[in-house]
Write a protein that binds this ligand. Sequence first.
Ligand SMILES: [Fe+2]
Length: 525
Amino acid sequence: MRSPTLTLPKLGVGLAYQAPLAPLLAAVGPDLDYVEVVPDILWTDLGRTAEPRYVDDRAGRAALEQASHGRPIVAHGIGLSIGSAGEFDAAHVEQVERWRRRLGFPWHSDHLAFHLAEHGDALMNVGITLPLPRDRESIELLVPRLREVRQRVPVPFLLENNVYYFDIPACEMDEPTFLNTLCRESGCGLVLDLHNVYTNARNHGFDAGAMLSELELEHVGEIHVAGGMELDGFYLDAHSDTIPDPVWSLLEWTLPRCPNLGGVTFELFGSWFESVGNARITADLRRLRALWTHVVHPAPRRCAAEPVSALAFQTALARLIVDPDFRDAVRGDGVAALPGPLTALEASRLVTIAHDRGVDMNRTLHKGFRLGKLRALLPLTCALLTPARLAREVAAFWQANPPASFSFLPEALEFCAFLERRRLRSAYLTEVLAYERATLELERARFGPAPPQSVCFRHDPVRLLGTLAAGRRPRSVPPRPCLLLGSKDGDTAARWTLVDAVTPSSRYDHAHAADTDSGAKGITT
Ligand SMILES: [Fe+2]
């Protein structure tokens, strides 16, 4: 079962609100897009049996709204304890909804953990988020609660992957499987806290990147980043510093892979603001903003402003492959050899590519393909020329005739005309070339009317064509002045009739011709 697609506004970069950070919020300007607040600080909870239970903090609200400077406010709760095995705190969810209506949270979140446990008739608040067993039983507990949260608060709800300094042994699922399953079955999304992933990986010795690669990142609606500190052999998710390099690396890998991401939030406890310093915090926010802008709103491609240059670029690139003179000119003269219009980037790329050995490999492949087509359409002519002679003639032909299309029939006819103009001193070439050219002309009948063809032979065409068709070089073919008359209707095979200049009434069928060393099929005489 797949969860519904998360639909979050793409806000950008946020900062977890703490009262000491208010001056920073005022000064940071456009590098910050939203403010994230722990909504629980906006009220005092007098307990589940108190009436009224909640006392709202109006002064706190005013301070938050002033500090946010009109930026959107996102809620990130700590009080739900959604994983508590005891009673689900629906009243807490209703309190979040009241504040959503006041502050307009586009989404809200809490922690995938528990901190409230029953202790006799009272609740014990551990004060830290404790891990849940990654078992089916936990899924069964959470899914109906998550549905209820989504019903009571009509904006997307996200759960944050927990940091844990001990793991629960013998869980049925690993962490990615547990998170994926929970999101799929409940329809909630994730706050993916990359510093939590880093902290857990460091403390428990697993590969954070491998863990992330197993996670279904379409469930991620928000990312958290932070810094931490060492204490007693542990690395702590202390929110006490700027973002460490390994977390930047995780972010750079993860960010482009989260299609439904609404924002990236930097978490820093206010008590560390003085020691970390305004400059370092601001630098991290700017770096986050640049990464967000690059990934979520990538700059238009440079060629987009000059769409015609893409055509010119591809033309030049193709010429590097098919035209060795052009390739050598670019190698020698650089940008000066390139026709416009090209952007500076495209011209630079082309000059670099011209020197790449891959261009020569492409040319080899290109020539093989093009020659293969000629061999297929003009097999007897190609067989008659020696390989070296064929290579020279083809090279000279290609020099003057760039490949125009992948319909090679016109190219083969052009090659025939080219060879005819060359007046090569080659025995039998004139007759064989004329026969194959006429055959190609008849092939045009597939595309339209084909006029009848006549080919004049001075040597026995049955012997000559049959020998070539058998893969042998013809030698001492006896003279036989004659005409081959060809016709073709549509998709039927070409029909050839030999008209002998000496005995014009004589006729041979194909079987008879085969007896006389002929492979030139379909010729009747
Ligand atoms: Fe977090």
